[in-house]
Ligand binder design. Structure first.
Ligand code: ADP
Ligand code: MG
Length: 326
């Protein structure tokens, strides 16, 4: 069973940043208002995520590291309309199989927290441990038992950069939640909860730069079951690389060809060929219109009606630009 988890881990857990993505998504699914992330040695030595979410019930905690257990999906029908970021119950046992993992958690039903840890597939007994309501997951010595993977980890600086980018991308997806990232007690990023439009703009600027924000137009458009909000850059701020493209579908970040090509098509009349638009966009559609189960890392999706999504995006972007540059 340890081996099965290790193989599953190979699909999703590539580096410390992927560990943190899974842990932070769990914190967001738990309704956390604050997520604090700490790393050591580029996350290879330690990735720790502490949140103030709903916590894990004592009885579920005992299982969380040892076998596929998700509290988010009760039937195959639920899979049709996944509203949470996680749904496979795969991440924690996979991560635990390639590291030394400890979870401490307390739900509102208990006045004390409990912790459980796993070392090389050996899961400990539950132990009482002080914790406020919420969860802390600590992942130490990633890939210590999979030398082939450990070898592929890059220099501390590189892994830290991957982590910082990942935290920023997740921070863009949940404005109401505060995030902090620190490495060996040194702060690498602090994103206070953003509730007003001004605070949201401040967070976007913190992440994609003041210059992006100074050159961005705010978009808000809804039609035929699709809603698009966010910021599109002016054509003059287009980039040589597609490096400032942040797209979220129902709160989940995506890297999707259909989407980037639809947006680029919307710019075709106002931008030099070969340049790439910069954007931070949020699209909401009926979850039944999209299959998020298409890719283990959940970065790609399958649309029920891709043409409809493509047209909506392309036309919306084109219209916003035309209205601005008519
Ligand atoms: P999934 O997210 O796909 O359900 P995971 O392996 O990531 O699977 O997590 C397993 C379960 O552990 C989740 O369904 C959830 O019930 C619980 N869990 C994990 N992390 C947290 C957290 N930070 N707060 C509350 N519950 C959590
Ligand atoms: Mg998860």
């Amino acid at each position: 069973e340890q081996l099965i988890h290790q193989i599953a881990a190979g699909e999703v857990i590539e580096r410390p940043a992927s560990v943190l993505k899974e842990l932070i998504e769990n914190s967001l699914d738990a309704g956390s208002k604050r997520v604090d992330i700490e790393i050591e040695e580029g996350g290879a030595k330690l990735c720790r995520v502490r949140d103030d979410g709903c916590g894990i019930e004592r009885d579920e905690l005992a299982l969380a590291l040892s076998r596929h257990a998700t509290s988010k999906i009760a039937s195959i029908d639920d899979l049709e309309r996944v509203g949470t970021l996680g749904f496979r119950g795969e991440a924690l046992p996979s991560i635990a199989s390639v590291s030394r993992t400890k979870i401490t958690s307390r739900s509102a039903n208990y006045s004390v927290g409990y912790s459980v840890s796993s070392d090389n597939g050996l899961v400990s007994e539950l132990e009482p441990a002080p914790h406020s309501i919420g969860t802390t997951v600590e992942v130490r010595d990633l890939f210590f038992n999979v030398p082939a993977r450990r070898k592929f980890l890059r220099a501390e600086r590189t892994e830290t950069q991957h982590i910082a980018r990942m935290v920023e991308r997740l921070a863009l997806s949940k404005f109401e939640t505060a995030f902090s990232l620190s490495a060996a007690r040194k702060s690498l990023g602090d994103f206070p909860a953003a509730r007003s439009q001004l605070e949201r703009e401040r967070r976007v600027a913190q992440i994609v730069g003041d210059e992006f924000m100074a050159n961005a137009m705010y978009v808000e458009h809804e039609s035929s079951g699709c809603k698009l909000t966010g910021w599109l850059c002016q054509p003059t701020y287009a980039r040589a690389q597609p490096d400032l493209q942040h797209f979220y579908l129902n709160g989940r970040m995506l890297r999707d060809r259909l989407i980037s090509s639809a947006i680029r098509l919307g710019y075709r009349d106002v931008m030099f060929h070969g340049r790439h638009p910069a954007f931070v966009l949020f699209m909401e559609i009926d979850p039944r219109q999209v299959d998020v189960n298409a890719h283990p890392a959940k970065l790609e999706v399958r649309f029920r009606d891709g043409r409809h999504i493509h047209n909506f995006l392309f036309k919306t972007v084109e219209r916003v630009l035309r209205e601005t540059y008519a």
